[in-house]
Design a binder for this molecule. Structure first.
Ligand code: ADP
Ligand code: MG
Length: 258
C-alpha cells in the first residue's frame, strides 16, 4: 500500500500539528452528563485508541468531533480551526473528517464504486472519471478491487467495511474516526479489516479508533484514552496502559476483557 502521508506516524513532539483539539468539552443528554470536561489532542499522524465500558460516552465523543452531536460547552478545533455549530464552514470542516461506523452504512442501492465516488464528486467536485480512477485504486488498496461493480449486499461484512474505509479515504480526510469498526463482524473477518487499519496507521493516517481489539491498540496506537462515565480517566501509551493501569476503573475493565 502506498504511503500518502505528509509525515510519518509518531513523529517527534517538535513537529506536532494538532489536527483534533477538544478542550473542556461538556455535553448532556437530558440529565445524563455524557461528556465531562473532555480534553483530547490528536496530532497529525497519531493513532489514538479510545476504550472503555459500554455507555461510557465513546461514540458520543466521536460524534462531537464533526458535530454530528452538538456540545454544551467547551471548544473543538479541527486543524486549528474552530468548529462552528452549522453552516457552510461546518460542511467544509466535516468533509475533512472521515467516519467508519460499526454498521458500515454503505448506500445499499449504489454499487461499491458509486459508494466510493459519490462524496468526491458531490462534495469535492472531482470529475467523475478521475473520481472513478482514484476509487478503483483505493478499492485495490483495501483488497476489494474486484468488487467495484457489485452492490453492498453481495459482499461479506468484512468486504463492506473495507469499502467503507475506502469511501472515507476517497475524501482525503485529515483524520478518520472509527467507531467499533469490527464489532459487527464475524470473527474470521475481523483481521482483514484490522490489517487495513494497521496499514493506514503505519502509512501516517491520523486516526481516532474506538475499539475493543486490544491487539490493535497494542500494535497501532500511539496513545490509549480510557473512558468511564463520560470522562477520560487515563490517557497513556498502550505499553503503559496495559502493563500498569492506574485507575481502579481501568484495572477492573482490563481484568474483564483480557
Ligand atoms: P459508548 O459508545 O461508550 O457505548 P455512547 O456514547 O453511545 O457510549 O452513550 C453514552 C451514554 O449516552 C449512554 O448512556 C447512552 O444511553 C446515552 N446516549 C447516547 N446517545 C443518546 C441520545 N441520542 N439521547 C439520549 N441518550 C443517549
Ligand atoms: Mg459506542
Amino acid at each position: 500500500m502506498t504511503d500518502t502521508s505528509e509525515r510519518p506516524p509518531s513523529a517527534g513532539a517538535a513537529s506536532a500539528r494538532p489536527l483534533v483539539t477538544m478542550e473542556h468539552v461538556d455535553k448532556h443528554f437530558g440529565d445524563l452528563h455524557v461528556l465531562q470536561d473532555i480534553n483530547l489532542t490528536v496530532n497529525a499522524g497519531e493513532v489514538v485508541v479510545i476504550i472503555g465500558p459500554s455507555g461510557s460516552g465513546k461514540s458520543t465523543l466521536c460524534r462531537t468531533i464533526n458535530r454530528l452531536e452538538p456540545i454544551d460547552s467547551g471548544e473543538i478545533r479541527l486543524d486549528g480551526q474552530h468548529l462552528p455549530e452549522e453552516g457552510k464552514k461546518l460542511a467544509q470542516l466535516r468533509a475533512d473528517v472521515g467516519m467508519v461506523f460499526q454498521s458500515f452504512n454503505l448506500f445499499q442501492h449504489k454499487t461499491v464504486l458509486e459508494n466510493v465516488t459519490l462524496g468526491p464528486i458531490r462534495v469535492r467536485k472531482v470529475p467523475k472519471a478521475e473520481a472513478e480512477t482514484r476509487a478503483r485504486a483505493l478499492l485495490d488498496r483495501v483488497g476489494v478491487g474486484n468488487q467495484a461493480e457489485k452492490y453492498p449486499a453481495q459482499l461479506s461484512g468484512g468486504q463492506q467495511q473495507r469499502v467503507a474505509i475506502a469511501r472515507a479515504l476517497a475524501m482525503e480526510p485529515k483524520v478518520i474516526l472509527f467507531d467499533e469498526p469490527t464489532s459487527a463482524l464475524d470473527p474470521e473477518m475481523i483481521k482483514e479489516v484490522l490489517d487495513v487499519m494497521v496499514d493506514l496507521a503505519r502509512g501516517g493516517m491520523t486516526m481516532v479508533v474506538v475499539t475493543h481489539e486490544m491487539g490493535f491498540a497494542r500494535s497501532a496506537a500511539d496513545r490509549v484514552a480510557f473512558m468511564a462515565d463520560g470522562r477520560i480517566v487515563e490517557e497513556r501509551t498502550p505499553e503503559e496502559f496495559f502493563t500498569n493501569p492506574q485507575s481502579a476503573r481501568a484495572k477492573d475493565f482490563l481484568s474483564k476483557i483480557l
